[in-house]
Design a protein around this ligand. Structure first.
Ligand code: C2E
Ligand code: MG
Ligand code: MG
Ligand code: MG
Length: 297
């Protein structure tokens, strides 16, 4: 009886989350996943897929975004949303991000050396703020460029604006140092964060990537067209390039072109794919990779 009384009293003061079986299951799964990810990093189970970046004026491939995939012996090919959040939480993202950057730079450098990709090819790699905030991050990037042979001018690092807000000063300084090396900075998922325009003005960046959610809804409701037009104007005023993410239809590409958007990425052109399957099927008269069969993975 006194137990029940205690329980009732506690419920008045603080919300108590009683333990339920599904919580145990979830926490066990998290522990299991962390252990498997740790092994994945040791056994090089991460791979990089590349999604073509299209220059809308010529409809040719001018670069690619590297997107991590985990080839797990037990789970199969795992997409990033199933392990990046945990890796961000437990800090594994730092080692993971370094492996991905190294792989992406090595593979791109080889493709350029074999003249499969042009000298001007732009590799985009996603960055976690936790990576950026490491004291020696800029040196790490320099070392990876040196060992892979990729030039800084061929690399764009993508960072999500909303995640930068935690340590704006430190993040801005690191981004400035990266730019001094000749690396480009892209603000990813632009428009979904809550940062102010005055904050944007302090951020060093070379391009804005319009979030997929805007592009998706562009043709369904006209409300989004002025938003995209405004983002494009904003980018122009910052002297930045603009990339539309998640382009899935021909109408979207036409509308984006009419609005002055220069670059696009999306399933309409190509899905992310391993280099062994690299092709740009919908890209007409593509000088970059018309033939996908003449190299070994
Ligand atoms: P993101 O950087 O915004 O990457 C774009 C995501 O949109 C990719 O999902 C891509 O496959 C997807 N996408 C591209 N075009 C279309 C389209 O036309 N329609 C639809 N529905 N989706 C499209 P993915 O590969 O699952 O990656 C999800 C997110 O995971 C990325 O979003 C990025 O935030 C994160 N991520 C991926 N790779 C890395 C990495 O190496 N490091 C870090 N830190 N994060 C990564
Ligand atoms: Mg990205
Ligand atoms: Mg994005
Ligand atoms: Mg996105």
């Amino acid at each position: 009886a006194s137990l029940a009384l205690n329980k009732a009293k506690m419920q008045e003061d603080t919300p108590i989350h009683y333990f339920e079986p599904h919580m145990l299951e979830a926490s066990l799964e998290k522990t299991r996943l962390a252990a498997e990810l740790n092994r994945a990093l040791e056994h090089n189970e991460l791979e990089v897929h590349f999604q073509p970046l299209i220059d809308l004026a010529s409809e040719t491939t001018c670069g690619a975004e590297a997107l991590v995939r985990w080839r797990s012996p037990t789970r199969g090919l795992v997409p990033p949303n199933q392990f990046i959040p945990l890796a961000e939480e437990n800090g594994m993202i730092i080692e993971m991000g370094q492996q991905i950057l190294r792989l992406a730079c090595q593979q791109t450098s080889q493709m350029i050396a074999r003249q499969q990709w042009p000298q001007s090819f732009m590799l985009h790699v996603n960055l976690s703020v936790r990576q950026l905030l490491q004291a020696d991050f800029v040196e790490q990037v320099e070392a990876i460029l040196a060992e892979s042979g990729l030039l800084a001018a061929n690399l764009t690092l993508e960072i999500t604006e909303s995640r930068l807000i935690s340590q704006p000063q430190q993040a801005t300084e690191a981004l400035q140092q990266l730019r001094q090396l000749g690396i480009h900075i892209a603000i990813d998922d632009f428009g979904t964060g809550y940062s102010s325009l005055s904050y944007l003005a302090q951020l060093p960046f070379d391009s804005l990537k319009i979030d997929r959610s805007f592009v998706n809804q562009m043709t369904e409701s006209n409300n989004y067209t002025p938003v995209i037009a405004a983002i494009i104007t904003l980018a122009e005023n910052f002297n930045a390039d603009i990339v539309a993410e998640g382009v899935e239809t021909r109408e979207q590409t036409q509308q984006l072109k009419a609005l002055g958007c220069r670059y696009a990425q999306g399933f309409y052109y190509a899905k992310p794919q391993p280099l062994s399957e690299w092709s740009t099927a919908k890209v007409s008269s593509n000088p970059v990779s018309a033939d996908t069969d003449n190299y070994q993975h």
